[in-house]
Design a protein around this ligand. Structure first.
Ligand code: 6PG
Length: 257
């Protein structure tokens, strides 16, 4: 169904969510490869997409992908080394990048060990500019950006009230997150919103209230960063499970929402 310009898909549970997300991933990759010869995707961290990543590497989905044509980027990263348990790159490497036949030169991690948070962000911005052939002021157009959402309404590492929410020029920025007492590296709104497809994966009862606020509440751009995901010329899809969608108004009267 359509939700004020956004599409919403409600799946039975986390497993069905990731199955359906894997099917869409394969479909979008196929379309992009047919149209342009490559598929550029920025991955999200957190727990929700881990099953998606393992599914993509599984016997069910692995043979369906032209892996050598896929270029993997990251929407955000924690400032820890790649072998740290909190590293998004580390998680994705174990679940997907190592088990699937992905050429390592197609993987563009955020290199957290190459300096302080600001220089790591600047370096990743350079990586994006080089790969996408951007001149000053241009933005990358990813074929797909995957996002998650926290119970506080954050997405990528764009946390409520944080300075990165104000960033209008850069593609990538270092963001100090007060409640984590830590820096994160994140794509900015202008970079994310240029994507051709943006898919949120949201699972679990703990997300139900904030999802309702994000989709059905008033605009609160500083408190609910997820509300500011709005592709300039692309598609925005919320894929949620029934638990996360349990507080939404039922627009179809079909009992799903
Ligand atoms: C990260 C992501 C973050 C995540 C949400 C949802 O933590 O690496 O940047 O935005 O997607 O916090 O995380 P869960 O899927 O664990 O709920």
């Amino acid at each position: 169904m359509k939700y004020q310009g956004k599409e919403l898909v409600v799946c039975r549970d986390g497993e069905e969510l990731c199955q359906q997300a894997a099917e869409r991933f394969v479909r979008l990759a196929g379309e992009a490869v047919s149209a342009t010869g490559r598929f550029t995707v920025a991955l999200s961290g957190g727990t929700t997409p881990q099953r998606l990543y393992s599914l993509l590497a599984s016997d069910q989905f692995q043979p369906l992908m032209a892996w050598s044509k896929v270029h993997f980027f990251f929407g955000d990263e924690r400032c820890v080394p790649p072998d740290h348990p909190d590293s998004t790159y580390g998680m994705v490497r174990v679940a997907l990048l190592a088990p699937a036949p992905i050429p390592w030169e197609n993987v563009y991690p955020i290199l957290t060990e190459k300096g302080d948070a600001q220089s790591v962000a600047a370096e990743y911005e350079k990586t994006l500019k080089t790969f996408f052939g951007l001149t000053e002021g241009q933005k990358p157009r990813f074929d797909l950006i995957l996002l998650g959402m926290g119970t506080d309404g954050h997405t990528a590492s764009l946390f409520p009230g944080s300075t990165a929410l104000e960033e209008s020029g850069r593609l990538v920025t270092a963001n100090y997150v007060e409640k984590l007492q830590a820096h994160r590296i994140t794509l900015t709104f202008p970079a994310i919103n240029q994507a051709a497809n943006i898919i949120f994966l949201i699972s679990g009862q703990s997300k139900a209230s904030v999802l309702k606020e994000v989709l059905e509440g008033q605009d609160q751009p500083m408190r609910l960063p997820s509300q500011r995901i709005a592709p300039v010329e692309g598609k925005l899809l919320f894929m949620v499970d029934q638990a996360a969608g349990s507080k939404l108004v039922n627009p179809d009267g079909n009992g799903v929402l």
